[in-house]
Design a protein around this ligand. Sequence first.
Ligand SMILES: C[S@@+](CC[C@H](N)C(=O)[O-])C[C@H]1O[C@@H](n2cnc3c(N)ncnc32)[C@H](O)[C@@H]1O
Length: 261
Amino acid sequence: MNRDRLLEASLRDLIKLALRPYLIQPYFRRQEQVDFVASVTGEKPAALRVLEREFYEKHEFRSRLNQSLIEKRGRILGPGAISGAGFYMLIRVLRPANMVETGVFDGITTSVLLLAMRDNAHGRLTSIDLPAVGEIKDSTHGMPSGQLPPGCKPGWIIPDELRDRHELLFGDSRELLPRVLAERGVVDVFMHDSLHTDEHMTFEFDAAWPHLRDGGVLLSDDIFAWGARNCFRRFCRRHRLDYWTWGALAAVVKRDGSAAS
Ligand SMILES: C[S@@+](CC[C@H](N)C(=O)[O-])C[C@H]1O[C@@H](n2cnc3c(N)ncnc32)[C@H](O)[C@@H]1O
């Protein structure tokens, strides 16, 4: 090999090497996601991969969301949509009868939760969202767009045929969450994804925890948000709980202690 070709080959290899983390990162993120769900649910990774594939084969569902996003937002689902598979696997395996979530925004994750419940032929979801119409700090900062599209209500993207298992309440979770939890009594899964401040997240965790059944799961998105100040870790330390994370999504399982009736 002459000197020029050697240089050219080395340059090509260097570029490939530099690009490699970006090319293989999604692969590792998917592996980690399966490991995360396996740890939270106790399900075998092989069984989870079947569910992951089932989710990726939902072409019609994804294309429905993309069409709506193009229409209202001028974009399609981003790389973050990989987390949809994680939520799908979690709900398929946990099979919650009663789930409560805070923070809906467009309704992309909520659609996935409802899709999994439809495939389970089991479960009801109650969602609480304070509509993001002005600037709501520390909650939509991580989203590709910070506000709802003009004229749209939270959850606008949820396909109509998935709404029969859903109750969607608009308002501050500080007011609505205690009421909803008192009405439900015991919940199987609670997920926080509303206002990511230390005070608000701690309020929601403390409100939801007594209502989770033994073996129930508390999920929190965005645990590393600037305003969150490590509150998820503090909550777990306070209750002496082990927890798992996948990126900024965290989960903790309630092992003992009784839920409010
Ligand atoms: C991060 S977004 C939710 C994203 C959604 N879970 C998803 O993954 O597609 C946060 C949502 O919480 C709402 N929110 C902010 N403060 C809230 C509060 N105090 N109570 C209820 N919802 C709130 C915001 O308006 C926004 O719609």
